[in-house]
Design a protein around this ligand. Structure first.
Ligand code: AMP
Ligand code: GLY
Length: 431
C-alpha cells in the first residue's frame, strides 16, 4: 500500500520510519517532509495546511492511507474533506480536534464530565479578565484560547505579570485571533507527564507513558519550547496512577466527546500535571506528541498500520499492541536562540558517524539538503533517539551519539531523562 504522512518534524520522521517497517507498505510520501526522511519517503512540496492540494495529490497517486502529524490541518478539517471522498485518513475530525483547537472548549468539557483540571474562568473582555485576576491573585496561567504554536500559555507569578499577559494576548494580539478569548486558570505545580491513547471513539489503547521536557534549559529553566527531549516509560506514572489516568481522564473524555456529538478517532494526548499521586489535565492535544512520538515508536514492536486502520474502522477492540520493555530517550538538538529567533543554514556535521549505530535513530526536524549537504532549517533540528536496557543505558547511548554531531550554535539540554533516572529505583512503574 501507499501511505502519505503530513508534516515536517521529528515526529513525522519517526512515523515514516515506523510505517516503513510495515511489510504491507510499498511506498511512502511525506508532505512537506524534511532533509532527513528522504531516504525513506518521497518528499512532496505541499504545505501541511494546503488541504485541497493534498487531496488532489492523494487521488492522483492513489494513496491508500494518509496520516496527519500536526494539529493545524486537523482543526482546519482535513479529515472531513478526505472522508467525504472516501479517502482513508488517520486523525481527529474538525469537531473532535476542537479539544486542542479551543482551550475554553476543552476546559468546559472537563468541567461538564468531571475530569480533573485546574480551576479556570474564560473571558472575551480584557477588563473582566483583569478584575478576576485582581480578585483571585497570583500565581495564575493566562492562555490564548486558540492555537498559538505552543506559545499561547503564559504563567504569571504576580498580578502585574498576569495583567501584562492579558494585554499581550488581547490588546497587542500577539497570537492574532487565537487570543480573542482567553482562559485564566490556577497555576498547578508538580511533575508533568504525557499520556497518549489510540481511540476509535469506543475503545482506548494506551501507548506507554512518556515525559516531555518543555523548557529550553537544564533544570527546567528558560522559556517553554515545543519540547527539548522525551523518554518512555515515565516512572512517575505508577500502576495506580495509570489506572486513575485511564478511568478518571481518558475514558470519561472519550465518552464525553461521543455525548457531545464529537466522536474522537485518532490519537488523544493528555498533557498532565501530577501532584501527590493525583493527575490533572493541563491540555489535550488531538495528535501524536513531538518529541514523545520518537521514543514511543522506537518501543513499538507491532506493525503500526493495522493499528491506524483499526482506529479509522472502529475495530480497535480487536487490536493488541506489543511494546518493547526497554526504555527509549530522545534528545532534541536545537539552534542557538530557539524558541526565540535563530539563524539557519549551518551545515550539520557528523551525521555519518552515528548513522549505522544499533539502537540509535537520528530523526530530523528542521533540516534541509543544500548541495548534497544537510543544513539547519528550523528551531528544533534533530531528535536523537536511543533505546537501551534501562533508562540509564538509553540516556548514555543517546548522548554519546549527540556528542558526535554539531553545527554552529548547536544547543541541547544535558539533563534529558534525569527525572526518570532519579526515580528509577522506585518499583511498580507502568512500562
Ligand atoms: P498547554 O498549551 O496548555 O499545554 O500548556 C503548555 C505548557 O504550559 C504545559 O505543558 C505546562 O508546562 C504549562 N502549563 C499549562 N497550564 C498550566 C497550569 N495550569 N499550571 C502550570 N503550568 C501550566
Ligand atoms: N510535546 C508537546 C506537544 O507535542 O505538544
Amino acid at each position: 500500500m501507499k501511505v502519505l504522512v503530513i508534516g515536517s518534524g521529528g515526529r513525522e520522521h519517526s512515523l515514516v520510519w515506523k510505517i516503513n517497517q510495515s511489510p504491507r507498505v510499498s511506498k511512502i510520501f511525506c508532505a512537506p517532509g524534511n532533509g532527513g526522511l528522504r531516504s525513506l519517503a518521497e518528499c512532496i512540496d505541499i504545505e501541511a495546511t494546503d488541504i485541497l492540494s493534498l487531496k488532489k495529490f492523494v487521488k492522483e497517486k492513489r494513496i491508500d492511507l494518509t496520516v496527519v502529524g500536526p494539529e493545524l490541518p486537523l482543526t482546519l478539517g482535513i479529515v472531513g474533506e478526505f472522508e467525504r471522498e472516501k479517502l482513508r485518513i488517520f486523525g481527529a475530525s474538525k469537531k473532535a480536534s476542537k479539544i486542542e483547537g479551543s482551550k475554553s472548549f476543552a476546559k468546559d468539557l472537563m468541567k461538564k464530565y468531571g475530569i480533573p483540571t485546574a480551576k479556570y474562568c474564560t473571558f472575551t473582555s480584557r477588563d473582566e479578565a483583569v478584575a478576576y485576576i485582581k480578585e483571585i491573585g497570583s500565581p495564575v496561567v493566562i492562555k490564548a484560547d486558540g492555537l498559538a504554536a505552543g506559545k499561547g500559555v503564559i504563567p504569571a507569578h504576580n498580578v502585574q505579570d498576569a495583567i501584562d499577559a492579558v494585554d499581550l494576548i488581547m490588546i497587542k494580539k500577539a497570537f492574532g485571533d487565537a487570543g480573542e478569548k482567553i482562559v485564566v486558570e490556577d497555576l498547578l505545580v508538580g511533575e508533568e507527564a504525557s499520556f497518549l491513547v489510540f481511540t476509535d471513539g469506543k475503545t482506548a489503547i494506551p501507548l506507554p507513558t512518556s515525559q516531555d521536557h518543555k523548557p529550553v534549559f537544564d533544570g527546567d529553566k528558560g522559556p517553554n519550547t515545543g519540547g527539548m527531549g522525551a523518554y518512555s516509560p515515565a516512572p512517575i506514572v505508577t500502576e495506580d496512577l495509570y489506572r486513575k489516568i485511564m478511568n478518571e481522564i481518558m475514558i470519561p473524555t472519550i465518552r464525553g466527546m461521543v455525548a457531545e456529538g464529537r466522536t474522537y478517532k485518532g490519537v488523544l494526548y493528555a498533557g498532565l500535571m501530577i501532584s501527590d499521586g493525583k493527575p490533572k489535565v493541563l491540555e489535550f492535544n488531538a495528535r501524536f506528541g513531538d518529541p514523545e512520538t520518537q521514543p514511543l515508536v522506537m518501543r513499538m514492536k507491532s506493525d503500526i498500520i493495522p493499528v491506524l486502520e483499526a482506529t479509522i474502522d472502529g475495530t480497535l477492540s480487536q487490536i493488541k499492541i506489543e511494546w518493547d520493555e526497554r526504555a527509549a530517550v530522545s534528545i532534541v538538538m536545537a539552534c542557538e536562540g530557539y524558541p526565540g529567533s535563530y539563524e539557519n543554514g549551518f551545515e550539520v556535521i557528523g551525521l555519518e558517524k552515528v548513522s549505522n549505530r544499533k539502537d540509535i535513530e537520528v530523526f530530523h526536524a528542521g533540516t534541509a539538503l543544500k548541495s548534497g549537504k544537510t543544513v539547519t532549517s528550523g528551531g528544533r533540528v534533530l531528535c536523537v533517539t536511543a533505546i537501551g536496557s534501562g533508562i540509564e543505558e538509553a540516556i548514555a547511548l543517546a548522548y554519546d551519539a549527540v556528542e558526535k554531531i554539531h553545527w554552529k550554535g548547536v544547543h541541547y539540554r544535558q539533563d534529558i531523562g534525569k527525572k526518570a533516572l532519579d526515580r528509577s529505583q522506585e518499583k511498580k512503574t507502568h512500562k
